[in-house]
Design a protein around this ligand. Structure first.
Ligand code: FE2
Length: 271
């Protein structure tokens, strides 16, 4: 499956400005550019000198932001045996959900439901998987839209972080771990986009993977609706502490890796 990156450079600039609570005028003054140049940038007109100056003011990596604007940065195609991604339309966007399974025992888990769990249910049946659990990364509507149907059709229990409880799912404390056949699933809090945003780190497949929800996108991150500083910090502490080959499964956009993000994500690339 090939899906485009979720965010443009203009989305990244806008998210950083909202997160830092700065106005066009404040950014213009600090970056020594005009206010209209800032407006042009955050509405989609790239100018490399302006973009780099604004990036520095917003603590974004200038090279990564410039590459995102030029379209020269895109994560490599990634595939992991025991991982499948599903992308379903919700309003005017696509939302991802995932199935992960132990190839030996066929024990499987779903991560989020997407807007329509139909394609996921069909693959579970086709592959002969036994769905043991539905893990929720957070409870924004697009990610849990089909929860009742997925649980009803499979009989699998659903789990959600206790900081973000929802009807139909058992709450757990951050740090809880589960076995899935020979796989291990460990939960960590990646808080900031939502109150109980959770990253699930899965080991035992040919590559380590982490399902991150909207905490991180390839080349961007989810809007920090709750706390921008906490979103940056918990992503660094949890996601960027994983090995660089770890495959990341975001709630929107394509798969990526920790190593790729540490170079090309404007929010997290080293300056
Ligand atoms: Fe979300």
């Amino acid at each position: 499956m090939s899906i485009p990156q979720e965010d443009t450079f203009a989305d990244v600039v806008s998210k950083a400005m909202r997160g830092l609570v700065v106005t066009d005028a404040m950014v213009a003054e600090r970056a020594a550019v005009s206010q209209s140049e800032v407006v042009a940038l955050r509405t989609g007109q790239w100018n490399d000198a302006v973009g780099r100056a604004v990036a520095s003011v917003l603590s974004l990596n200038p090279d990564a932001l410039s590459a995102l604007a030029a379209g020269t940065s895109a994560p490599p195609p990634l595939a992991v045996h025991g991982l499948e991604a599903f992308s379903t339309p919700f309003d005017d966007m696509l939302v991802n959900s995932y199935v992960v399974w132990d190839p030996t025992t066929k024990c499987a888990a779903a991560f989020d439901t997407g807007a329509d769990c139909g394609p996921m249910l069909a693959r579970i049946e086709e592959l002969g998987l036994s769905l043991q659990a539905v893990f929720l990364t957070h409870t924004h509507g697009d990610h849990v839209f089909d929860l009742d149907r997925l649980c009803e059709k499979t009989g699998a229990p659903a789990f959600v972080n206790a900081l973000e409880p929802i009807d139909g799912a058992e709450s757990f404390a951050t740090g809880r771990a589960w076995s899935l056949g020979d796989l291990q699933v460990v939960s960590s809090l990646t808080y900031g986009h939502s109150k109980g945003g959770t990253t699930y780190h899965i080991t035992g497949l040919e590559k380590e993977i982490a399902v991150v929800g909207d905490a991180l996108f390839a080349g961007s991150m989810g809007g920090a609706k709750v706390d921008y500083a906490a979103a940056l910090r918990t992503n660094r502490e949890v996601i960027f502490s994983l090995s660089s080959a770890t495959v990341l499964c975001p709630g929107h956009g394509p798969l990526t890796t920790v190593g790729w993000e540490s170079i090309w994500n404007p929010f997290f690339a080293e300056h």
